[in-house]
Ligand binder design. Structure first.
Ligand SMILES: Nc1ncnc2c1ncn2[C@@H]1O[C@H](COP(=O)(O)OP(=O)(O)OP(=O)(O)O)[C@@H](O)[C@H]1O
Ligand SMILES: [Mg+2]
Length: 257
């Protein structure tokens, strides 16, 4: 792949044009579009298309500072979510504390590009772990460089809402299920999410799905317990508005025991 990066202007133009028809409607302004779809990312997407993973990138679901999520369609006509981390302009201020405490990524060279590729792979692996132990999260399909393709959560024309944007009828049940999930993650997958909140939980077919696993760390990580407590705290804080009372310390002790 690395040698492919040296394209001349003409080759790049041709590739860009070809991808214009695949990336139907990015809905992004030109500057953002150029930032997200830089040369390497275009090549990565082309590879996913020529390897028959992706057929089309439909439209953006979310535009963030570090990454963009698009709806995509596979060659088998399945809907997928395509998360693209920005290589050039991402603001991964705290990224190192999540990557360098993780023995799975001990040997990466610390260039920005490699760190972002490792981050993408880490999200893929963490999603795999969650699915293996039966915690609801998008099923990962492939991670390649800075692009992660995963199960799309949502209906045909509307992606699943974040927990913060829905009014749930059975808060007690959803809360218990989420606490159960972070317990299971810690005890059965040795994993702490590290950024659990009503923003990183999607409400899909009446069930909470945990997303955004890039910063997830193994429970051996030096800050794992601190992150776990913060995750519990975020859930407890959020569910307070539904009248649910809980003791963060007690839950924490019960999980790490
Ligand atoms: N598998 C999925 N199916 C449907 N929508 C998704 C999926 N994954 C992510 N999204 C949508 O994209 C949004 C951003 O995803 P995610 O939280 O993983 O990225 P992020 O790193 O937080 O991005 P940001 O830079 O905006 O913080 C989610 O809130 C959700 O709306
Ligand atoms: Mg998020």
């Amino acid at each position: 792949m690395s040698s492919d990066i040296f394209l001349n202007d003409k080759q790049l133009k041709t590739l860009d044009k070809k991808l214009q028809s695949i990336i139907r409607k990015t809905g992004l302004d030109r500057k953002t579009q150029a930032e997200v779809f830089d040369k390497k990312t275009l090549l990565t997407i082309e590879k996913l298309i020529s390897n028959r993973v992706l057929d089309i990138i439909d439209f953006p679901i979310s535009t963030g500072k570090e990454g963009n999520v698009f709806r995509g369609v596979t060659t088998e006509n399945k809907l997928v979510a395509v998360k693209i981390y920005r290589i050039s302009t991402s603001t991964f201020k705290h990224i190192t504390q999540y990557i360098f405490g993780d023995p799975r990524f001990k040997s990466i060279h610390k260039t920005r590009q490699n760190i972002i590729y490792a981050w993408t792979k880490k999200e893929f692996k963490n999603l795999e772990r969650l699915n293996k132990i039966g915690v609801k999260a998008p099923k990962p399909i492939i991670s390649y460089n800075n692009v992660l393709v995963m199960q799309y959560l949502g209906e045909k024309n509307k992606s699943a809402p974040m927990l913060k944007d829905v009014k749930i009828e059975n808060p007690e049940e959803i809360y218990e299920s989420l606490i159960g999930s972070i317990k299971k993650m810690y005890q059965k997958a040795d994993l702490v999410h590290g950024d659990i909140s009503e923003y990183n939980i999607l409400y899909y077919r009446s069930k909470p799905y945990i997303i955004d696993l890039g910063q997830g760390v193994l429970n051996k990580h030096p800050n794992a317990q601190e992150f776990l407590k913060r995750d519990i705290n975020n859930l407890v804080r959020y569910f307070k508005k539904y009248g649910i009372k809980a003791n963060v310390e007690k839950i924490f002790d019960n999980i790490i025991k």
